[in-house]
Design a protein around this ligand. Structure first.
Ligand code: AMP
Length: 110
């Protein structure tokens, strides 16, 4: 079964796509928690950090996050989040990086 995010990658479900290349799709979160809330998703279906392969260029997700943060004008800072598993608050079992910004963040997260 394709994940929700694979369906977005395959254009079976609409999304507000802000970036795409051979490896990654990025789109705006449907329930944003800040003025900027973008999900950066590898096109390869990896369930999460817990099943991340030993090798592979997954730092690339961070490079895309940096690029999009610059494009979105987040020069005062932003937060990158990966939720893993039930206690981590993960709801979609397809690895994704949240890029969140445009307001002052608080710590600790809920
Ligand atoms: P997580 O809870 O870390 O797994 O993040 C999943 C994120 O996907 C949540 O922030 C949801 O709001 C977001 N989301 C769920 N469905 C969609 C969708 N169709 N388009 C965009 N974002 C979505």
């Amino acid at each position: 079964m394709a994940t929700l995010f694979t369906k977005i990658i395959n254009r079976e479900i609409p999304a507000d796509i802000v970036y795409e290349d051979d490896h990654v799709l990025a789109f705006r979160d449907i329930q944003p928690v800040a003025p900027v809330h973008i999900l950066i998703v590898p096109k390869t279906e990896i369930a999460g950090v817990a099943t991340l392969p030993e090798s592979g260029d997954h730092q690339y997700l961070l490079n895309v996050a940096k690029l999009l943060a610059e494009r979105e004008g987040l020069s005062n800072g932003y937060r990158l989040v990966i939720n893993q598993g039930e206690e981590g608050g993960q709801s979609v079992p397809h690895l994704h990086l949240h890029l969140i910004g445009g307001r002052k963040m608080t710590w600790p997260p809920g």
